[in-house]
Structure formats: C-alpha cells, structure tokens
Design a protein around this ligand. Sequence first.
Ligand code: ZN
Length: 465
Amino acid sequence: MSEPFDLLVRGGTVILPSGSVRADVACLGGKIVRIAPGIGEAAREEVDASGQHVIAGIIDSHVHFNEPGRTEWEGLETGSASLAAGGGTAFFDMPLNSLPPVTDAASLALKRAAAERSSRTDFALWGGLVPGNADQLGPMRDAGAIGFKAFMCSSGVDEFPAADAATLRAGMRRAASLGMIVAVHAEDEALARIRTAEQHVLGTDVRAWLRSRPVELELTAIRTATDIAGETGCALHIVHVSSPEGVALAREARGRGVDVTVETCPHYLLLNEDDVARIGPPAKCFPPLRSEALRLGLWRELEAGSIDTVGSDHSPAPPGMKRSADFFAIWGGISGCQHCFELLITEAVSRRPAEEALGRLSALLSANVARRFGIERAKGSLAEGMDADMAVIDLRGERALSNADLLYRHRQGPYDGRVSRARVARTIVRGRTAYAQGRVAHGAPCGQFIRPAQAQKPKAHPSHA
Ligand code: ZN
C-alpha cells in the first residue's frame, strides 16, 4: 500500500503556468506529488479550497527585515510571519539595515543563522556591493548569496555607502565572471543632492520633499546602470522602478542586448503622490510615489509584459523615525508585505477575469522571480516535483484592511481602511501550513535557506573578460 499524502488541498481553482484547472494538490515530503481532480487516496491533513484559488507561494525578492542588529525595526520572525499572512512563502532579504550589513561572507553566515532560527518562510539573502568590497563577491557567492545589491544614492544608513560608477563597474565585472546578478537602487546621487538642496530651503513639507526626488533621478541612474551592465556583460536587476519612463529605458537597453530585468513594487501600482500627502509618513519611500498619470502608466507597462517582477520593498522603522516636522528627515520606507499583495490581486482582478489576472500576477510574484534568480527547479510554480509552496486566495466578499491586524513589529502601513477583495486564507510552505484564518501556525519556525542554482557553476563563457 502506498504511503498516504501529508496534505491534500482539495477542490480549488489551481493557477498553473499553463492556465487554471479545478483540481486537488497532493503533497508529500514537502513536495507537490500530484495535481489532479478528485484524488482518492488518503492524506494526513486535508484542506478544503473549494470556491478559492490556489497560487504558487509568493517569493518576495525585496524585503528589509533588519536582523541582526536592528531587530527592533522589524526582525525575521515578525517580518516572515507578516509575509506569510500576505501569501508569501519565501523572501530575499536585502543586505542593508541589518548590522553588520551583508558585505562579506561572515555577515551573510550570521544572517543566515538568525533566519534559520526564526523565519516562518524560506529565505534567500542578498549580498551588498559597496565601495571596496569587489573581492568579497566571490566568497558571498560561495556562501549562497542570491545576488548583489548596490545603492546608486545614499542608502539612509552610513554603514552601507553608495556605489559610484567605478564601484559599479568593478562589481559588475566581478559579478559577471561569477554568473551573478547585480541589483541597483536607481536614483542618481549627484542629482539627489542638487534637488534636495534646492527644495529644502523652500520648504520642509511633503510637497517640497516630493519635488526633491523627481523621475529624472531614476532615469539618470537607469541610464548609468544599463550602460555599465552592457559594458561588463553583467546581469542587472533594477529594483523598485517607479515610473513608466524607467521601464521604457530598461526595455530599450534590453533591445541593445543588455541583460536587464525590472522590478516594481505594489505601492507604485496602488498609491500616488496625493496619497503621500494624505497618509503622511507611512507612505514615504524612495523613490517616492508618483503622479496618478505615472501610476497608470506603470500599470500599462505591467500589462504589456515590460515589468518582470514585483517585490514589496517592505522597509519598516520604529515609529519614532517615522515622525518629524521636517518631512525630509522622516525615514523613507513603506511597511507593506502583509497587505500589499492582497491589494495588488484586488486591483488586478478588477481589470481582468480572476483566473487570467491571477495567472499574470503569479508570473510576476513567483515564477519570474524564481527563473531570474535560478531557483526555478524547486520554487515559483505549481507543478509535480516542485516544493509545496502555495497560497490559497479567497476572492468572495470584501473587507476593509486594518493596521490593527498587522503582524509587523510596528503596526504602521499605508493601507489602513483600504478595501480588499482578496483574502489570503492559507499559506503553505513546503507542505506545512505557515498561516491560516488570521493566525500564524503553531510550532517552531522552519524556514530554509535557498541558494541559487547558477551560483554552483561559474558562467561557462563570460561575454566580456
Ligand atoms: Zn529596498
């Protein structure tokens, strides 16, 4: 007699890479072993998903959980629990805001150990590219870094300095030879200083601050980064692109043969600059939220397939850092990973039939992320043999989101009161429920470290020496 399944998710509409199907999903040993209608065999646990949709677990490739060192800002346990509540089954933690920042193999190992102790979801870790650490990229690759992140402007913390063009060039050359991706925060430092100086003398309010971070900062930086990526043959990922013009620049670079992908964040698709003025500090981020016209333009790029991935850029800070009479002095970062994906789904299903909308979103939130970062053999889609990572989404009924429900260490965020049609009913990580019906599952955290496959073998033929 065959072994019973560990888990059967019954009767949901399952969003597959090829389309959607009403089926059961059987899991054993942390893997999906069968997807088929009316599976007859027994399982130790059954979940009724009838009337609901089952999507691949969201892989949030952009979070700042700030542990070790600034755990009081968020931390891996509350951060990963919040992400699980939002449908996430894995995150890639950014190298900065934790202390020490991840700029060498030892600091990466330190963060990995902390996450293995307390993460509710699987995780990968970004290494940092900062001035003077190009020789550390190899050791970080060997330690399992998912890619290398650089800031083209001030990062907001002194210990993670901006990468100038020379640093980017040296880092990208090295990353290319290692077969690794470099991600950039694309805002030009020189222009940021000029615009900030111009505006800060005129005012300290939200509108003056918005004027200090115009789209030209982003466009200038994207031009620089794509040029250097083309010159060095490095794979480039531009994080949190906030404008359709930025997406278009990346598309043009791709047309010239540059290996570049584009991430945006739910907040650029859900909120605009009037919302920053209305909501205040919880909606302050870098780059800032844009005009309604640009928000809609970003949706057009997304619908046209010019955006590759969507990550939350969850970047919390203690309440004291989100308060000041001078809007310029307030910490820039939106806490979003718990509610942003439900709202993104809500917005997407208002534009297209549910199955089609979820199929398209699933590519952006899971499959494309997995493929770009070399983990697609285990993660990112629902198929037999893949890790049993999934989220059960309920689209029946509506509710107003409340900051009181947030699992973040600090219950602040820009979506309080916003109506969501999507509700994450359950999140399953490798066959184990991590979150269901408003609660994080009992039991010890069991997050596992994810390593990119391409890092195991150096690139066969680097396109440039
Ligand atoms: Zn970020």
